[in-house]
Ligand binder design. Structure first.
Ligand SMILES: [Zn+2]
Length: 138
């Protein structure tokens, strides 16, 4: 099971040169720290859960608009216009993936706890039956 979200271009972008590969890797690396240490902040659209504002740390800069809908991936920044990918979109997609994994793990834990309780109930029932048998035989 995957527990660490990955940052990867979606749809996949095949680098056309070593320099292009370096640029894509640099974008992915910047995405990893965008929200944690670089001071950016994302805000999901209320009207469209696939869309986000990404606010730069500078208070006077306007936010970028990121669309994460598969097949319509986009960001309004100049880097995305040039490279068809950017740190803003990758960072938002990584956050969505991390939230999905956290939800999945919470569901698995809940299912495990339910199953564990069921097992305990079965054992308690067995113990009850044994006690009744012993009591009936006495
Ligand atoms: Zn962008």
């Amino acid at each position: 099971m995957q527990t660490t979200p990955t940052v990867q271009t979606r749809p996949a972008i095949v680098p056309t040169s070593v320099d292009h590969a370096r640029i894509l890797a640099g974008i992915a690396e910047r995405a990893l720290t965008l929200f944690s240490t670089d001071g950016y902040r994302a805000q999901q659209f209320e009207s469209n859960p696939a869309m986000f504002f990404v606010f730069p740390p500078e208070a006077d800069k306007l936010p970028y608009v990121v669309d994460t809908l598969p097949g319509r991936e986009h960001c309004t920044c100049p880097a995305h216009a040039k490279w068809e990918v950017c740190k803003h979109r990758l960072a938002v997609e990584a956050e969505i993936e991390a939230a999905r994994i956290a939800d999945e793990q919470a569901d698995e834990l809940a299912a495990y706890q339910t199953f564990g309780r069921f097992e305990c109930d079965e054992e308690a029932d067995d113990a009850d039956r044994q006690a009744q048998t012993v009591y009936a035989a006495a």
